[in-house]
Design a protein around this ligand. Structure first.
Ligand SMILES: Cc1ncc(COP(=O)(O)O)c(C=O)c1O
Length: 309
């Protein structure tokens, strides 16, 4: 449905990398689609296939008022001929509350605004049973597309590269994308994950997702051993940012023309550059996975009067 050929592997030239003989590449998943951008299509692809296979008529999913996942689900379901139902956190909201919700509604997504208390139940089995009873023709997909099908879709990212990198860097929210990447990791490659949430136990979350997906514990242990968590780059927590981060993103955009966002990819790219500087790394081949987020980034860009996309 969405063409992943648009997601090129692009070489970037940064002076501090060149002088250390480090080759830096970016997997540009942000180029896949305007709304179903970055890891969103990766996570939705097999969820959509599964929904059709189950002969369900639509996808029910969850998100906050500015959820890129909601918008991506609305757009992908629209293209796939499926219905979409979004359960949105905040019963004070309505489809006109912001442009993202407006766009979801325009794309045909039915929006149901629920209280924060009800939203809190979104991972509970009994709540899912209630929802299945109320909406029997809808396949439930967790917030952020964080399930087995999402992870398997993300496994395809590395398959579209030469997969001969020494290091891979990626932003982390629910861990679904990084878990998918980790599954296809070459033995000599180290995965560096950058959680954007403060106090996030990245390895425990990845472990949970692997276990839930039935992956052997030996393989899980081996994968987690090759995963390094760069936990000091959340810049205050989810959705928070500093002028240092925005300055950095503007500088990278000026040099490379690669857009970043302050919620996910900006933090991960900052961590990558800082890691190279602090470890004095040399002679290696690095891949940065661009997971998208540009729509959300544009919102902050306008608010802050900056240019990073
Ligand atoms: C732009 C962007 N990058 C990275 C992530 C983190 O991905 P994950 O939740 O799979 O860890 C997200 C969240 O889905 C995102 O929207």
């Amino acid at each position: 449905m969405f063409d992943t050929k648009k997601s090129i592997v692009q070489e970037l030239f940064l002076p501090q990398f060149n002088k250390r003989n480090i080759q830096l590449f970016v997997k540009r998943d942000d180029l896949i689609d305007e709304f179903v951008s970055g890891n969103k299509w990766r996570k939705l692809k097999y969820n959509i296939a599964h929904t059709k296979q189950q002969k369900k008529t639509g996808i029910l999913t969850f998100g906050g008022a500015f959820s890129n996942h909601l918008l991506a689900t609305a757009s992908a379901c629209n293209a796939a001929g499926l219905r979409a139902l979004g359960l949105v956190r905040g019963d004070e909201l309505n489809p006109d509350s912001n442009n993202l919700l407006k766009k979801c509604a325009e794309l045909g997504m039915q929006l149901k605004f629920i209280s924060r208390e009800e939203y809190h139940l979104r991972k509970e089995k009994s709540y899912h049973e209630e929802l299945t009873f109320e909406f029997p023709n809808y396949q439930i997909v967790p917030e952020g597309g964080s399930n087995y099908y999402g992870m398997i879709g993300c496994q395809e990212i590395l398959q579209e590269t030469s997969n001969d990198f020494d290091h891979i860097f990626i932003a982390q929210g629910t861990t679904t994308t990084s878990a998918g990447i980790a599954l296809g990791l070459k033995e000599s490659c180290q995965l560096h994950v950058v959680p954007v949430l403060k106090g996030f136990d990245a390895k425990a979350e990845m472990n949970e997702l692997f276990k839930y997906s039935g992956i052997e514990s030996e393989m899980v242990a081996e994968i987690l051993e090759r995963t390094a968590v760069l936990s000091e780059y959340h810049f205050g927590g989810y959705g928070k940012y500093t002028s240092e981060l925005l300055d950095f993103m503007e500088m990278i955009f000026k040099i490379t023309n690669v857009p970043l966002d302050p919620v996910y990819t900006g933090k991960a790219f900052f961590a990558l550059v800082d890691w190279v500087t602090k470890t004095n790394a040399t002679d290696s081949k690095i891949l940065f996975i661009h997971t998208g987020g540009i729509q959300g980034g544009k919102f902050i860009e306008q608010k802050e009067g900056r240019t990073f996309s």
